[in-house]
Ligand binder design. Structure first.
Ligand SMILES: [Zn+2]
Ligand SMILES: [Zn+2]
Length: 315
């Protein structure tokens, strides 16, 4: 009997065809991220914050081992592929288990040692909110509509619970389930902007650049010559902190006037896009003196979303 090859089979036979999508392995992802944050905290100007975030990520790792989100929906996959749309746009596809994950994270932080005193009221208020209020807050966090300082303070923990939930959903997909989307600058699974990009090492992905989703941790391939924000190939350049190593560079674009960091595992095999982005705030400080705006936020850093989409430059 003749077996018909699926697209994924054909791709894996062809070593010259780059892997388009890297779906997350959540437990491993959070373990590596936490270890990287702990490593980068030493001597870092924001060491305390990095250690606090490392504890959140350790709690994510634990929650990721047991979370059970909805199985992939074949109709939804077919529909998204037909329209070249992201599969599960985050703000409208929040799996209800996220509430349990949030409680697990809050419990873990109760016993953690690096939790700043100032964060305690926020953690307490997340516990006492109604489920509806928490859902509303989750949607606001996902679309970047954070109106007051209480929202901002809660955002990293809310986002951490959503990351566990969405990474689990993404991990249940096959590479061939993920639609080819346009624009290619948002996550094809959950429609979130990438937090940073990463040049991977090892196997079929070696030397390739992937954009790393800030919500579900799916990675999708984009050639290095393209701007990860506007996809222009006309003016991509790199900046680094004077005297700093080249593991993390700011990739700037002369067309859309934004920057996003690119982390390079060829320079440091333990580089992890979200952790390395957070650990290099010095580079953001440097970039704030240029006319390049940050293309997207780091989901674990409380910050009002700046309007980093100067569309007038895109015309
Ligand atoms: Zn995503
Ligand atoms: Zn651009």
């Amino acid at each position: 009997m003749q077996r018909i090859l699926q697209p994924g089979d054909i791709e894996s036979l062809d070593r010259t065809n780059p892997q388009r999508i890297r779906l997350p392995l959540p437990v491993q992802l959070f373990a590596e991220r936490a270890a990287r944050l702990e490593q980068k905290a030493d001597g870092n100007p924001i060491a305390d914050y990095l250690r606090f975030v490392a504890q959140i990520v350790r709690a994510q790792q634990k929650a990721a081992a047991s979370v059970q989100t909805a199985a992939p929906d074949a109709d939804l996959i077919a529909q998204a592929q037909e329209h070249s749309m992201p599969l599960l746009p985050a703000a409208s596809h929040i799996d209800p288990v996220w509430q349990d994950v949030l409680m697990q994270l809050l419990d873990a932080l109760d016993h953690a040692e690096h939790v700043p005193e100032a964060v305690q009221p926020t953690l307490q208020s997340l516990r006492t909110m109604s489920a509806e209020e928490r859902d509303t807050l989750a949607r606001r966090v996902l679309v970047g509509l954070l109106t007051d300082s209480a929202d901002l303070a809660a955002a990293p923990v809310v986002m951490a619970a959503l990351q566990v939930t969405f990474a689990d959903r993404a991990s249940r997909l096959q590479e061939s389930d993920v639609p080819y989307t346009d624009p290619a600058s948002i996550c094809p699974v959950c429609a979130t902007a990438p937090v940073a990009s990463v040049i991977r090492i090892g196997g079929r992905d070696a030397g390739l650049r992937y954009l790393h989703c800030g919500t579900c941790a799916t990675e999708w391939h984009m050639v290095r010559v393209k701007c990860s924000h506007c996809e222009s190939t006309k003016g991509v350049r790199y900046q680094k902190v004077d005297g700093g190593d080249e593991t993390v560079l700011a990739e700037t674009c002369d067309v859309c006037h934004t920057y996003r960091k690119i982390t390079n595992q060829e320079k440091d095999p333990f580089a992890e896009p979200l952790a390395d982005d957070l650990a290099t705030l010095m580079l953001d400080l440097l970039m704030s003196e240029t006319d390049f705006a940050r293309a997207s936020i780091n989901p674990l850093l409380p910050m009002a979303e700046t309007d980093a989409t100067p569309d007038d430059h895109n015309a």
